[in-house]
Write a protein that binds this ligand. Sequence first.
Ligand SMILES: [Zn+2]
Length: 308
Amino acid sequence: MGSSKWVTPKCAGYKHFKHMANTTKQFTYLLGLIFILSQVLQHSIVAQPITAPLTTLVEVEEADRVENFTNKSILVFTPHPDDETFAMGGTLAKLASQGNTINIIIYTNDNKGSLDLEMTRERLARIRRAEEEKSCKILGIEKENLHWLGYEDGDLEYADPQVLRGKIARYIKLFRPDAVFTLDPGNKDVQWHKTDHRMAANISQDAFIAAEWHLYYPQHYLDEGLESYNVPQVYYYYSQKPNYEIVLTDKEFDLKMRAAAAHVSQFEPSVSKYQPDMPPEVFDGIIKRFSQMNKAESGGYSERFRKR
Ligand SMILES: [Zn+2]
């Protein structure tokens, strides 16, 4: 999910709280309380824009529906090594089980989202990589199909956008996907100041056009023989205006829960003090929360997207 999207702002509320606390000690205590609450929110899946009510469903022929795909190429973009699991782990399990080749492009190494003072960026990057590999394995995706761009957590927006777009366009030309899954640009990513999410959403979107026209990055063909490619189907996850629902089986939902639980370091108590095992009550909380968020119109489980 990434790090440090919540800060103590010097806004109108700051003056209000300062007025409320009439001694320095009280004020310091209040700031500490706000900081702790903000951290709890930051690291809680409750605070993540996972899903939203369905808008009018887009009509798609059965044969063209991505959840019916078999033996096709699927490309997924994720800003951090966990977003794709939380947003569409059930869909990934379904597509993998149907013989589709799934490649996942991971923008950042997610190496800053820890409150553990003994944690280092290098160690957290290793932990998050191992967690992602374990999670994807549960969903049926091998680590050879995970492609790490290696940008530092929270720094994606400071990368050269033209270079970054070229890397993404190259992957599109290389894998020639029948369907792409990526973040929905705009809306809550901007509202929530999810920096890596904003950048990943916009760059992935821009790369569709750059992959379609060879003169954007002619070196892809000249150097590697990679021809231009027009992505036929795009599905946006983390959308506030989903118009497409993929119904999951109980097994697919169960795999998603197990895959989500592999991301131990993303949840308390491992955020505050890293421990490699997830307490059972935390896993129960994950199941409870996702059971609500992935509740389908039909009564089972589903994941929602905005189809382009
Ligand atoms: Zn994220």
